[in-house]
Ligand binder design. Structure first.
Ligand SMILES: [Zn+2]
Length: 304
């Protein structure tokens, strides 16, 4: 599993990403140690529910449809005759706005933790924190005064404490106050390029509409996230098969309703994040939450 693969950008001095050169080194390492499975090997394994010749080989996946996946990754893979699976959250295409999860990354890349926290504090009030978290929030904010944790605290407030009802508006306010403009079209892979990538043998899959923690949503909301993302992808690309990837990943990030919805909608396979190889049994019993390693678990894969 990969996310940002980029080169240093001086407008985002604190941005965390995997450097393109390290990505190439990691591909070399995988090639030498394990080899990559072909798309046919992969499709065969899915159809037969047996890994066969795919066993122990590497499959590459890329989440969130950031433009660096076209600018660097797609080009590097093409040169090496490799392919990958690219998971796309569709809201940016439908709403023309950078997802909150990415807006937080960008702000953290552009400003210091103290700048972000002090700006956030201007707009934040306790009503934005759900009752059950308010006590914890108070305790943590009081201790904060002498001990700023900066970036991680800014993220924790927005990702954990603040209710989803207020989060988007808070990020809007912070960005406006700091004069930071998000460039949606530049941030994500344009649709025609997604098409091109698919035509060249890559697989494009759904990563929901808005990249929520699905387990926090109702059954109806979850259904909409899955349904609407596939209908957008289906009407803009020629999908041969449906695949999905759980936002954030980990067993806390989805639930039975998610799995049921995926199966009902004819999704062929889905990826979770779980640090182990795929085995034969997974192709039957864990097909909607296949295990997947983070690239940082292997040499050259650490973000910096
Ligand atoms: Zn994601």
């Amino acid at each position: 599993m990969y996310h940002y693969i980029r080169k240093f950008d001086s407008s985002l001095p604190n941005f965390r990403f995997l450097d393109v050169e390290n990505f190439k080194k990691q591909l070399d390492f995988f090639q030498e140690q394990f080899g990559f499975l072909t798309k046919d090997e992969f499709l065969n394994a899915l159809a037969k529910k047996k890994l066969g010749s795919a066993k122990g080989k590497v499959l590459l996946t890329f989440d969130d449809a950031m433009s660096c996946h076209y600018d660097y990754v797609y080009k590097i893979l093409s040169k090496r005759d490799l392919w990958g699976i690219f998971y796309v959250p569709t809201q940016p295409y439908q709403k023309g706005k950078v997802l909150d999860v990415h807006r937080i990354h960008l702000l953290c890349g552009a400003y210091s933790g103290n700048e972000l926290l002090s700006t956030l504090n201007v707009f934040l009030n306790e009503e934005m924190i759900p009752d059950e978290k308010r006590e914890e929030f108070r305790k943590k904010t009081y201790t904060r005064q002498s001990n700023y944790e900066g970036i991680s605290e800014f993220k924790r407030i927005l990702n954990y404490f603040v209710s989803y009802d207020y989060r988007e508006q808070l990020i809007d306010s912070v960005a406006l106050e700091l004069n930071y403009v998000f460039q949606t079209a530049k941030f994500y892979i344009p649709v025609d390029k997604l098409n091109q990538m698919q035509l060249k043998g890559n697989i494009i899959g759904s990563h929901t509409v808005s990249h929520p923690v699905m387990s926090k949503l109702s059954k109806i909301e979850q259904n909409e996230e899955i349904e609407h993302s596939f209908s957008f992808l289906g009407s803009n690309l020629k999908l041969d098969l449906k695949t999905y990837c759980h936002p954030y990943g980990g067993f806390h990030s989805f639930n039975e309703e998610t799995i049921r919805a995926l199966s009902e909608k004819g999704v062929a396979f889905s990826f979770n994040v779980e640090s182990r190889d795929i085995c034969d049994e997974d192709l039957t019993s864990s097909i909607q939450f296949l295990p997947r390693y983070d690239c940082n678990e292997f040499p050259f894969g650490k973000a910096s």
